[in-house]
Design a protein around this ligand. Structure first.
Ligand code: CTP
Length: 400
């Protein structure tokens, strides 16, 4: 489970005390665990125990009453590779079965993009009740996976079915889930991604650069990793970081360095996604010493950088798929189609920065996708994480 991100939701049942042990097991297996609790569950286990064991703050309320900061349930849901609700009480089961949303855990469940797994825990008569059975089959139809309760001694003193599955059983279930969940098209595929800006040195302290944040390329890398692909991410200078056992992150500064890394990696890849905002030009000469401001005017001669994407298109074999980006402000579709053909691409993602909050530096983007079969898909403005999902879903259609 190395690198897998588990969002553990805890509801108010006596079995909540076992989640301390569950967090430890999951962490030992290499998972990154964040806990989210219903307010009442903190009567059964202290958030301090869970934050200490998980290494992350525990989220309970919609906002922090002391400083007013908002707990972003959408971000938590996007972070997670899986949401595991253990224990799941009859009350919370009934709420998730019917879309109630009166606490942070429920709002996060409703925002989940990836799967949810639940481990119910309740007294035997509650577990056997037709309403509970109906609610369980209802959430199963919504795609939730259920780890059945076990038979044994219950908190009421009775003996029967209703005990939460033991932490070891839950952890083994999750391990099995991750092993089987690789995407049938993209699992084990090798993806080469470029991201971020390039910096072209003028002298030892100055450079020509651009405002690319790298967020789009990193979001794409993250999504491929989630689907079970192996990713090589060649990144220009950004503030971003990404860790995953299936990720090779290569950091570069200039377009020449990026090209040289791409040339080493491209033949090993099945898919290339070139999201970097490569500087079009670089200074012909890089001054060895810092340039002094002795003159009133300074002339810099620039020369074109190599087109890295074009190189990959020219050196693409019939099994490889190549995706490029384009930033167009006019004749959007025609210009992008021209690039698709000229660079031998299978798909091109067009950013339209005319739209507010789209492309460079923003957390959101608005794209149009064109592909080699002449298909066109236009999308609404959305978070870069969700844009990554759209790009990869379109790619899957082409690969099929
Ligand atoms: N690209 C590249 N190497 C370059 C320039 C661009 O790999 N030296 C890639 C980018 O990563 C992106 C695509 O090519 O995938 C962008 O193509 P480009 O022709 O630069 O398009 P625009 O940025 O839209 O610029 P322009 O229209 O000015 O040519």
């Amino acid at each position: 489970m190395k690198g897998k991100r588990v969002l553990l939701g805890i509801t108010a049942g006596i079995a909540a005390y076992k989640t301390a042990y569950l967090v430890r097991i999951l962490k030992k297996k290499g998972a990154d665990v964040k806990c989210i609790m219903t307010p009442a569950s903190s009567d059964f286990i202290s958030p301090l125990v869970l934050s200490t064991l998980s290494g992350h703050p525990v989220s309970i309320e919609f906002w922090n009453k002391k400083d007013g900061t908002w707990n972003n349930h959408v971000e938590l849901a996007l972070w997670a590779d899986v949401m595991l609700i253990a224990p799941l009480t009859a009350n919370s089961l009934s709420k998730i079965a019917h879309g109630a949303c009166d606490n942070l855990l429920l709002a996060t469940y409703l925002s989940m993009k990836s799967s949810t797994i639940v481990a119910p825990a309740m007294d035997l008569d509650m577990y056997a009740h037709p309403t509970t059975k109906e609610n369980l089959s209802r959430i199963a139809k919504h795609g939730v996976t259920i780890i059945p309760a076990e038979e044994g001694e219950l908190a009421s003193g009775l003996h029967g079915e209703g005990r939460m599955a033991e932490p070891e059983t839950i952890a083994a279930f999750l391990e099995d889930y991750f092993a089987k969940r690789k995407d049938p098209v993209l699992g084990n595929k090798h993806v080469l991604i470029t991201a971020g800006p390039t910096f072209e040195a003028i002298d030892p302290v100055r450079f020509i650069g651009n405002h690319s944040s790298g967020k789009m390329g990193y979001a794409i890398a993250n999504r491929f990793l989630y689907l079970g692909a192996k990713v090589t991410l060649i990144s220009g200078p950004t503030n971003l970081d990404l860790e995953h056992p299936e990720l090779k992150l290569i950091r570069v500064n200039s377009a020449d360095e990026m090209l040289s890394e791409v040339q080493k990696e491209w033949s090993h890849a099945d898919i290339g996604v070139f999201a970097a905002a490569v500087a079009d030009y670089k200074p012909v000469n890089r001054s060895k010493q810092k340039i002094k401001k002795s003159e009133n005017e300074l002339e810099l001669t620039l020369v074109k950088n190599p087109d890295i994407l074009k190189w990959a298109g020219e050196n693409k074999n019939s099994h490889q798929a190549l995706i490029g980006f384009a930033l167009e402000t006019e004749n959007v579709v025609d210009n992008a189609k021209g690039k698709l053909v000229a660079k031998n691409l299978d798909m091109i993602v067009v950013n339209t920065p005319n739209d507010e909050n789209a492309a460079f530096g923003y957390d959101t983007n608005k794209i149009t996708i064109l592909d080699r079969h002449n298909n066109q898909e236009d999308f609404e403005l959305k978070s870069k994480e969700l844009v990554a999902v759209d790009i990869i879903e379109h790619l899957k259609k082409i690969l099929k």
